[in-house]
Write a protein that binds this ligand. Structure first.
Ligand SMILES: [Fe+2]
Length: 285
């Protein structure tokens, strides 16, 4: 299949930016440029055994477009230092080039070292560049692709479900299908690339928390207001941070990389560290 002209132009732009970045010496990883964002979420039906369960969310890596393999290596070292129980990857691993970054992406993701598992779904860019290829990269990295699937974590006689939905923007999501796969007992957390899906997911009443990316936080956060006016398809309503949608918490990460230009004003790249809290435990304390 012939690559569309717009894609070729964007690929050339990405090549040009790589050269420019290398020339300026921006390849080096500097930890303080990446914010470790701490978030606590109390889940009503979470068994106390899962109190303080730690999930680290990484999203919108867009590897090769400002985030270099060196950066990603450094990010993963920061993640491992936090000793997470679970890692949630919410899509857009690449921008406009995939073959050139396959080995680097695989080698970096392989180093993720959570207690339970690294779980992933795909974003729009992953589908544009080849979902089959991206799924094979994830598999070779030891990351479990849970697009339209359920992953259950067990502790003694209780459990916690992480549900993955494939890209909503590309109409790959199968909510009706996947919701039937969730066992009746135990709270469920949804990971899906596009944040505005929260209106639909919360209306099911089955999810306590949704984790998304896609927006890059708008890439421009207005000081003192702590919000953004830059919105786009599927991140118009929930572009940045924490929201209460019905009975569900929606969290939209600012993500790591950017699309096209490195334009981030008051909106640093983010590694999100989510600590789950059991309501039962919190009530006693
Ligand atoms: Fe996206």
């Amino acid at each position: 299949m012939k690559t569309p002209k717009a894609m070729v132009l964007r690929q050339q732009l990405q090549h040009f930016m790589t050269l420019y970045r290398n020339k300026l010496g921006l390849n080096k990883f500097t930890a303080h440029k990446f914010e470790l964002k701490h978030l606590q979420v109390c889940l009503k039906s979470l068994d106390p055994i899962f109190h303080d369960y730690t999930i680290i969310q990484l999203t919108d890596i867009h590897l090769g477009q400002w985030i270099t393999p060196n950066h990603l290596k450094g990010i993963i070292e920061l993640v491992n230092q936090e000793k997470p129980d679970l890692i949630a990857l919410t899509g857009d691993y690449v921008s406009y080039l995939i073959d050139q970054y396959e080995a680097d992406l695989t080698n970096c993701l392989k180093n993720l070292n959570p207690l339970d598992a690294s779980l992933a779904v795909l974003g729009n860019h992953d589908h544009w560049l080849g979902a089959k290829k991206m799924r094979s990269i994830l598999k070779n990295s030891g990351v479990i692709d849970i697009s339209n699937e359920v992953y259950t974590i067990h502790r003694e006689n209780t459990c916690l479900h992480v549900v993955g939905l494939d890209s909503v923007m590309l109409n790959k999501d199968q909510l009706d299908n996947v919701i039937n796969k969730i066992p009746v007992e135990g709270p469920a957390i949804l990971i899906v690339h596009e944040p505005d899906f929260a209106d639909i997911s919360s209306s099911t009443g089955r999810f306590s928390l949704q984790l998304s990316g896609h927006s890059h936080g708008g890439q421009f956060i207005i000081p003192f207001w702590n919000n953004t006016i830059i919105k786009g398809p599927y991140f118009k309503k929930y572009p940045l941070g924490k929201y209460k949608v019905g009975d569900m918490i929606q969290y939209t990460s600012r993500g790591l990389g950017t699309n096209v230009f490195w334009f981030r004003i008051n909106c640093p790249p983010e590694i999100t560290i989510i600590k789950l809290k059991s309501a039962e435990y919190e009530d006693e304390s």
